[in-house]
Write a protein that binds this ligand. Sequence first.
Ligand code: TYD
Length: 211
Amino acid sequence: MTGRFITLEGGDGVGKTTQAAMLETWLTEHGRAVVRTREPGGTDLGLRIREIVLHERGHVSPRAEALLYAADRAHHVETVVRPAVARGDVVLQDRYIDSSVAYQGVGRSLGAEQIRSVSDWAADDLTPDLTILLDLDVTVGRARVAAARGYTFDRLESEAAAFHETVRQAFLEMARVEPDRFLVVDAAAPAEDVQRSIRTAVARLIGIAAA
Ligand code: TYD
């Protein structure tokens, strides 16, 4: 079977984890081997980087932040993602290069093109076959995270609402520029409806009948 690399993107609280879990169940039922993973933190090394980048107290230089995500990615792509795709598995990944472009490139004003270029280098140019962008009003997303976590936000989540709105618009702009790679789904819809749209696109990519 042909391996595939599918990424899920969007702000915090849009439901990426829930949708990835539902998609994994469905793909497994259709006989596909699935690897579910995430950035940052998809490897042991990445978990240590994740701890620094999300929970370091005090100021972290934006460029250092960008390079920590890139370091996590370099190791993850080489040791987890590429081998899985080469085996013929379907990789379902929570966040990838588009997150770096949206959060560090645009949100932190480091420059979308520069961050994409650093990230592409880190990933040795591995591009997703499909990117699912779950789009949701920022206030609704933050309320979901707060409810799920009991109001403790990590470093990125603690940024002001304006930062998250900038990030949301950056994702939408990427989807506009690369319509063939992106599927944009309204994440305010019920989870089952969101999942139906995702399965239709994934079925087309993978060549199985949609549920
Ligand atoms: P995520 O794992 O989705 O958060 P959680 O498990 O807490 O829901 O992502 C962690 C944070 O890292 C999220 O706020 C977005 C941010 N992030 C970046 O800023 N740049 C990146 O390249 C990536 C992958 C994530």
